[in-house]
Design a protein around this ligand. Structure first.
Ligand SMILES: [Zn+2]
Length: 610
């Protein structure tokens, strides 16, 4: 089952491919297109191209290509229906419910189902078992209220090897899923599975829609092996990706949207602590550095991100790293200095909520934070040397470089100049010097990079004349009809091109776009080929409309001629067979031979017109 085509089209037309792709790839305008570094293969010079007019993208390095839906699918490794839902939400378009029931969806669904069963079981242990009581006592002793513990659905994994395994078997959950979800482990195939999480407090990790994607599990018992890590987490599964989820986002997304602010903290208990104090707009990463995808996730709810950091050197460095990723997703960043060594959990235990809110209200711009902590000589207590100072200015200029909005960049550079008592003009000069040298290195590398990735074989298989035909069929619906009327599909060699023509013929729209055809094509390679052919090889920069049209007609004529020749060649082969047969049977071949010669003459005429 699929969503209705009109819905899919409505969604595609309501989102801007530049914005969707731009949240993952930094794009720069280049002629009619935008280019950037391909997110699907390693490259140093940009060959990843987006065409806004056609609403498609295409990588000339690795051959990836498609429309907004295929981009999201590929980038986040999610099925089509999920990509449609995500973009529908972004565009504010409501979708009919329960339309989609594909095998793909069911495959993903069974992971959620088993996680939700496990989560219920862990919670039940926390609240209603004798062993769970010591875990609950521990959490309560850390100052958390029952309400907060329930909001975040904390649980307890008992000190047993087969607790969950047996409970799942009893409830008739299939063992394969239990193992694949990482809730249970196996020493070797065919041995009895055992629980991954034992004697730990369980933190369910939800996706933004409230489905349980995985778990974090914290050690709390003093008698446990001191060598074992404080936190362990679910392994990566089809639904659990550390870099794509944010702890607390589901519980707090409404507040984040309403208050238009998010506080990025480090740990699960930091988020809980903030919530408990009525500051319900915190989220945390899952023990790793912030990724561009997480920044993008935040971008759906607010553009204002507050970072809490110590003003010590590692704190400042970490702030800068996080900031680059956030700026890359077009978010605004401000920093709250909680003082040395303070995390919000411990800060809130020893200070009032009001003090915390005041600190948040007094938040600084990142430039302010960075320069203030540096000029104070945060670490050594002495002033910086000129060398150190200029080095730090360059660090900040690097940061400016990750900001997309040129006006914002300018404001930041002015601020850097003011804070570091440097001439603003010098800061600008330094920035452009850096840009120029970046450009030079990437241009120099570009030359060597160009031929590294081979064209995928399915592209190479299509010969030049059929590529031209495909390009016209995809890009020029008006011309395409006339062209297709004058050739015979039998003479088309590429099975992909045949499929594209079938798509065009079954299209309900007269003026379809490449992105329409990509939506209609269900096969991944076919989608890539359509994207590839959408970038018309006959489009030249600086060509005016009339010139371009003229050229296009020339190409069309050439195609018609080549296909005429193909048809004649096909008929020649048939005649030759017939002549052979007739000779073998001792029949008169004169009329067949005459036909053959006539056809040869026509072939010559078509190939070399007078
Ligand atoms: Zn690529």
């Amino acid at each position: 089952m699929r969503y209705p085509d009109e819905k899919i089209e409505e969604i595609r037309n309501s989102v801007n491919i530049l914005e969707v792709v731009g949240s993952v790839v930094r794009l720069k305008k280049s002629g009619k297109n935008h280019v950037g570094l391909c997110p699907f293969h390693q490259e140093k010079a940009p060959s990843f191209t987006v065409n806004v007019e056609k609403q498609i993208y295409k990588c000339f390095g690795c051959g990836e290509g498609g429309n907004v839906f295929t981009f999201i699918m590929k980038d986040q490794n999610i099925p089509f229906g999920e990509a449609v839902r995500q973009l529908a939400e972004k565009a504010g378009i409501s979708l009919p419910k329960y339309q989609e029931d594909t095998a793909e969806k069911q495959k993903v669904e069974r992971f959620y189902v088993i996680n939700e069963f496990a989560s219920g079981w862990y919670q039940n242990n926390l609240w209603h078992s004798k062993d769970g009581q010591k875990a609950l006592d521990y959490i309560l002793s850390r100052g958390f209220k029952e309400e907060t513990i329930k909001t975040f659905e904390l649980g307890y994994a008992p000190d047993e090897w087969e607790g969950l395994v047996k409970a799942a078997a009893k409830a008739a959950y299939d063992q394969k899923t239990l193992l694949e979800s990482g809730l249970a482990l196996q020493k070797s195939p065919n041995t009895t599975p055992y629980d991954r999480f034992r004697n730990r407090i369980i933190f369910p990790i939800k996706n933004e829609f409230g489905r349980t994607a995985g778990f974090g599990a914290r050690k709390f018992d003093e008698s446990e092996d001191p060598e074992s890590p404080k936190y362990i987490n679910s392994p990566e599964t089809p639904i659990y990706h550390k870099g794509r989820l944010l702890y607390g986002l589901f519980q707090n997304k409404e507040t984040i949207r309403k208050q238009d602010i998010v506080i990025l903290v480090e740990g699960y208990t930091d988020v809980m602590s903030l919530n408990e104090h009525g500051i319900g707009f915190g989220v945390a990463t899952l023990g790793t550095a912030l990724t561009p995808r997480q920044a993008q996730l935040i971008n759906r709810y607010t553009k204002n991100v507050v970072l809490l950091y110590d003003a010590d050197v590692p704190g400042v460095k970490a702030a800068l790293r996080g900031a680059e990723v956030l700026f890359g997703a077009n978010l605004d960043i401000q920093v709250v200095n909680l003082g040395s060594g303070a995390d919000p959990d411990s800060f809130l235990r020893s200070n009032s909520k009001e003090t915390f809110i005041e600190a948040v209200e007094n938040r600084q711009s990142i430039v302010d934070f960075y320069s203030a902590s540096l000029l104070a000589g945060a670490n050594s207590g002495k002033d910086l040397s000129y060398n150190e100072k200029s080095e730090r200015i360059r660090d900040m200029i690097d940061l400016v470089d990750s900001v997309k909005d040129p006006l914002k960049r300018e404001l930041m550079m002015k601020e850097i100049g003011e804070r570091m008592s440097a001439d603003v003009k010098t800061i600008f000069k330094e920035y452009y010097r850096k840009k120029r040298s970046q450009y030079r290195t990437s241009a120099a590398r570009g030359k060597n990079d160009r031929k590294i990735p081979d064209k995928p074989s399915y592209l190479a298989e299509i010969d030049r004349i059929e590529r031209d035909l495909g390009s016209i069929v995809i890009n020029s619906p008006e011309l395409s009809q006339a062209l297709l009327d004058s050739i015979e599909t039998e003479d088309i060699r590429s099975p992909y091109l045949k499929k594209i023509i079938a798509l065009v013929k079954s299209s309900k729209k007269k003026h379809y776009t490449p992105a329409d055809l990509i939506s209609a094509a269900e096969e991944e390679n076919l989608q890539k080929i359509i994207a590839d052919l959408s970038f018309d090889p006959h489009e030249f920069p600086k060509q005016d409309e009339e010139e371009a049209q003229e050229r296009l007609l020339q190409v069309a004529e050439d195609i018609i001629k080549k296909f005429k020749l193909r048809r004649i060649e096909r008929e020649l082969v048939v005649l030759q067979e017939q002549i052979k047969k007739a000779e073998a049977n001792g029949k008169n071949t004169a009329s067949l031979v005459a036909q053959y010669q006539e056809l040869l003459l026509r072939k010559n005429e078509v190939a070399h017109p007078r």
